[in-house]
Design a protein around this ligand. Structure first.
Ligand SMILES: [Zn+2]
Length: 419
């Protein structure tokens, strides 16, 4: 299934596989189009995937690289960069029981090299950037993407430029600068940062802005979440996925991943219902869904879920369409629900997620409470980042028992604790 061209999602105009992202005719977004592939030997294709490496390059057949995947069998081997993907899919029985669900799985993408799903998109974008001969990596980031770009650039021996809003969580800033990246802290929100980066990308043509001029390749990396879920469920589909929504790119690509494999016959059944999760403090897509609109009204973000704080989401209209067509939805939850969601996941699964994961858990809880999840459904909850990245959100959520170093003091404290 070789990548063949870039195609406009709106008008269908076609372009070569270069660093292009906007249609010249209608300003629509460009997406990678692949050569048609006949219904071949499904069993053989499955075996080929299963024999692949233990990272997202096992899905190289479905990713937009001209020269094949970086890896031991490729001349790019020594510049393969950080491997990403093939994260655990964990059965969450106790959380399911708490929410009254039959079958619940957590896809834990905090297990990636820089602890968020962004390592996937950066792995694909940077591999393609190398093929196209770029000399630096760059991005506009709400935090996690900056971590992933800085680390990947360090692994590849390339300079990097990471543009972030100035009010970002300290953990995410430190987790970028430590890799030797050039961190540019912009006085403004993410939408301001993104606008600035679009201008910078126009001036510095040898920089690969992974989520701007490399966006068509970058976003394809998100399909691998869907592929992994199918493979880890034993080549079966879930009935429903809960997906956090920032720009909406992950949501649309999870759909596309399932759709591509359904089309090829690699998996059978029906497209899973997709439920988008947003924070009430930045809910342009959830608002539009509730109002029955096809487009999003931009908002000024104000939420602890900063990695989802994109007030003008590029893929918003596509998310709305897919949420409706799959029988899903888009919901928003408050900051206190997000904090409760982080705690609930941690206490029932042993997974500590960042605020964006708290958004997903809280939306799942809401859907369960409203009875919108069928009794027999198999549900997958996407956890996209690690709790150590957003420690402020959970500060003060419990108290340690401070004691003198004596057994008596401990026993007294224990007595109080079980009171
Ligand atoms: Zn177009």
């Amino acid at each position: 299934m070789a990548a063949e061209k870039l195609r406009c999602k709106e008008c269908g105009s076609e372009y070569p596989l270069e660093a292009l992202y906007v249609c010249e005719r209608c300003f629509g977004p460009l997406e990678v189009a692949y050569a048609a592939r006949g219904a071949g030997d499904v069993a053989a294709l499955r075996r080929r995937i299963q024999a692949g490496p233990g990272d997202l390059w096992r899905y190289a057949d479905f990713l937009p690289l001209a020269g094949g995947p970086p890896g031991p069998s490729n001349h790019l081997a020594s510049r393969a960069g950080l491997p990403a993907g093939w994260t655990p899919l964990i059965s969450a029985d106790r959380l399911a029981e708490r929410l009254g669900l039959r079958e619940l799985w957590v896809k834990n993408d905090a297990a990636n090299p820089t602890h968020s799903f962004k390592d996937r998109v950066v792995a694909v974008a940077s591999a393609r950037a190398r093929e196209l001969g770029f000399s630096a990596l760059a991005c506009a980031s709400t935090g996690n993407l900056g971590n992933a770009v800085a680390a990947q650039a360090a692994a590849l021996g390339l300079p990097s430029y990471v543009f972030i809003p100035a009010d970002l969580e300290e953990q995410k800033v430190l987790g970028t600068g430590i890799y030797g990246s050039n961190v540019v802290s912009v006085r403004g929100n993410y939408d301001d940062v993104n606008r600035l980066c679009t201008e910078v990308a126009g001036e510095h043509e040898d920089w690969a802005f992974v989520n701007i001029n490399m966006r068509p390749y970058y976003s394809e990396g998100s399909k691998t979440v869907a592929f992994e879920i199918v493979e880890q469920l034993g080549w079966e589909l879930p009935d429903r996925c809960i997906v956090p929504v920032a720009s909406g790119s992950l949501f649309t690509k999870v759909h596309r991943g399932f759709a591509e494999w359904l089309e090829l016959g690699l998996v059978s059944g029906r497209q899973p219902a997709l439920n988008g999760a947003q924070a009430k403090g930045c809910a342009p897509v959830a608002n539009a869904f509730a109002a029955g609109q096809d487009f999003c009204q931009p908002v000024k973000p104000n939420t602890i879920a900063k990695s989802l704080a994109i007030g003008n989401p590029a893929d918003g209209p596509y998310v709305l369409d897919l949420a409706r067509r799959t029988g899903g939805g888009v919901d928003a939850v408050s900051d206190s629900q997000i904090r409760a969601g982080i705690k609930l996941l941690a206490e029932t699964t042993g997974i500590f997620t960042e605020t964006a994961g708290g958004v997903s858990v809280a939306v799942l809880s809401e859907l369960a409470r409203r009875g919108e999840i069928g009794r027999d459904e198999r549900v997958v909850l996407l956890i996209t980042g690690d709790g150590l990245k957003t420690l402020d959100a959970v500060r003060g959520s419990f108290e340690a028992h401070e004691i003198d170093p004596t057994l008596a003091a401990f026993e007294a404290a224990l007595g109080q604790a079980v009171r």
